[in-house]
Design a binder for this molecule. Structure first.
Ligand code: ZN
Length: 340
């Protein structure tokens, strides 16, 4: 029947009741089909847009998404770019955009970039060597330290009960290394209990110089009178000549020393040394080869007086050495992060 033809929809409203009912059915069907087709078009458009978004995002100069409809992965890359430093943000954004949607790159990249000391180099010098006493000829040989000559190294002191300074310095140094490495720093040791003796003070300085250290620290315990107690930091004096020139490092080393003094005191509660430089917790010396020959910011810390009963009690405690290490790491961190 001609009336069954779809063109019947163009029949005027005044047509027969049967044709009108068929026309109504047709309108309902069409009304249902139009949104379905529109939804289908939207779906196709979404696929096409999603397919374009990744190449466009990857090409964006700042690593942020250029898509008008951010996907979950591009939104994450945007967040990563915002949270990280400019340079790291670009790298994180690019890697996130290059990854497939739902990839793990956006989650991994900001974690690496978030470590505060990434890119910083710290040289830790554990004072002396537990076996120096076995090698007196090598250890006592004279070396040039700019303004004179000194012994290659020394045996160091010990507590009255026989706990050696060299054991103390190595233990604290290793604890400091653990803290700093967890924060992203590169940590270089001058010796790690792996040498028969030394190294000489000249080499201890040279290792920091060769590493282009952002900061160098020599860790010690003092051997003063039994009534003397407390800790102090030793800063380099101006020494010029004989291969030494500390003028470029005197200023930054002082800043490093002040940061260390403050952080170590806060972490350990150890007072400033009662017997050094009017109890200021700071000394300036021109007789230490490890400072005279340094071309990078460097200080010594005398963590306490091993010949004092109170200080010895602390220094022989592993728990206190951990506090000492955390204080030292905090001081280094403060210096490294406000460095230009
Ligand atoms: Zn020492």
């Amino acid at each position: 029947m001609p009336s069954d033809h779809p063109l019947d929809r163009y029949d005027p409203p005044g047509g027969s009741p049967a044709r009108g009912a068929r026309a109504l059915t047709l309108v309902i069907v069409l009304a249902a089909l139009v949104p379905l087709c529109f939804a289908g078009w939207l779906g196709w458009h979404a696929l096409a847009a999603d397919g374009r978004s990744h190449p466009v995002t990857a090409a964006a100069p700042d690593g942020r998404t250029a898509s008008p409809r951010p996907t979950a992965s591009s939104a994450a890359s945007s967040a990563a770019s915002t949270a990280a430093s400019p340079a790291a943000g670009t790298a994180a954004g690019t890697s996130a955009s290059a990854a497939a949607p739902g990839g793990s790159a956006p989650a991994a990249a900001p974690k690496a970039a978030a470590l505060p000391l990434t890119g910083k180099v710290v040289v830790i010098d554990p004072g002396h060597n537990p076996d120096n006493y076995l090698h007196p000829d090598q250890v006592n040989a004279l070396v040039q330290v700019g303004n004179g000559s000194k012994a290659c190294d020394t045996t160091g002191t010990e507590t009255d009960a026989g706990y050696p300074e060299a054991d103390f310095t190595l233990d604290v140094a290793r604890r400091v290394r653990t803290v700093l490495q967890a924060e992203g720093a590169t940590v270089v040791f001058t010796q790690d209990g792996n040498l028969p003796w030394g190294p000489c003070v000249t080499q201890r300085a040279e290792i920091g110089n060769a590493a282009h250290a952002d900061a160098a620290l020599s860790i010690h315990g003092d051997g003063a009178g039994a009534d003397d107690h407390g800790f102090h930091v030793i800063l380099p004096a101006v020494v010029v000549g004989g291969g030494a020139d500390t003028r470029p490092i005197v200023g930054p080393s002082r800043t490093l020393g002040l940061d260390l003094r403050s952080a170590f005191h806060t972490a350990t509660g150890e007072p400033f040394a009662s017997y050094v430089n009017q109890g200021t917790g700071l000394d300036v010396r021109s007789d230490l080869g490890g400072l005279n020959l340094s071309t990078v910011p460097k200080v010594f810390i005398e963590c306490g007086n091993m010949r004092n009963a109170t200080d010895a009690g602390r220094m022989t405690s592993a728990a206190w050495r951990q506090l000492a290490a955390q204080g030292i790491a905090s001081g280094l961190r403060a210096f490294l992060l406000h460095q230009n």
